[in-house]
Ligand binder design. Sequence first.
Ligand SMILES: *Cc1c(COP(=O)(O)O)cnc(C)c1O
Length: 368
Amino acid sequence: MRVPFSYLDRQFADVDAYLEDVRKVVVRGDFTLGPELQEFERRFASLHGLPHAVGVGTGTDAITMALEMLGVQKGDEVITTPNTFIATVGAIAMSGARPVFVDSEDGFVIDPNLIEAAITPRTRAIVPVHYTGNMADMPAIMPIAEKHGLTVVEDAAQAIGASIDGKGPGSWGAAAAFSLHPLKNLNVWSDGGMILSRSSELIDKLRLHRNHGLVNRDESVVFGRNCRFDNIQAVVGNRLIAETDVITSRRIENGARYDAAFAGLAPHLVVPRRRPGVKHVFHLYVVRVERRDELLKFLQDRGVEAKIHYPKPIHLMPAAAYLGYGEGDFPMAEAHGRTALTLPSHQHLTEEEVAYTIATVQEFFNGR
Ligand SMILES: *Cc1c(COP(=O)(O)O)cnc(C)c1O
């Protein structure tokens, strides 16, 4: 049996309804900032129980632009964790700020107990990452940010539909940044980003900046960029957004099946701690495994497309050399790099594929 990591061929096996909607936009010649995008922004905001959303070109731009519009600038420091996708840190660097790392905890998200030690007079913001679809510990992070006068931008690229005590991304920080990249839980056919905020002032600034600072066709009030969410992608988003609850609940069911099946395998395979009240949406289902590389090969040889997110923590990447960190600085992130293993958990897996994945993992441990 083959258990694929990507689901795009299954998701868009029946593409005609999408193409019919795209056709209407093409025939109308309405390619930028059209009514489809407005509708998608409205629905994206209401999905998260918030008043405003603004679509931008990518999830990476969503983070950079939110930081910039909240006043982060060159010379500032922005705290995040090295245990994330590279884009979080690249987005901070593109704002001109210096990324400052804090280690992650056992659930793969930033450890709030370590944040205060990293704060300096130059610290301006914190970017907690809801990594793997698990919410960062926002009830612990927000009081620290408030005490030190720091702004918070949530990296929610992997966390559409996630929440803590019913409160999702964007309900905690000044803004939350999302990605609609084809491999994110809610996806379009190309790149796309979304920013949620409770502040209409921030949203208005972002709307100006994504479109050359133009208030109308002929007048710019501030120099901005061209960073718009594509209207044709909004067509795709408007079809798929209705399925978000199904996408999310299937992923949660798959995660729960894996959790239950693997509970007895510790310490050889450890299911991360699940914090009460957290709705983890399993963008990635990640476990920690002592003999990770052996298990990875065992699974791949048997058709289960397991992956590693990610083998090298960001503080050890060549791009981060100028920050001056070294091996041993973030033991948890480094341990995750050596032990993390991701199993397919997407919404298009069949019952049999999940059962086969479980049986193959169990066979590895029983056989040795
Ligand atoms: C995907 C991702 C991003 C960047 O999103 P893009 O749309 O690919 O630019 C940022 N942060 C995290 C954690 C991501 O997974």
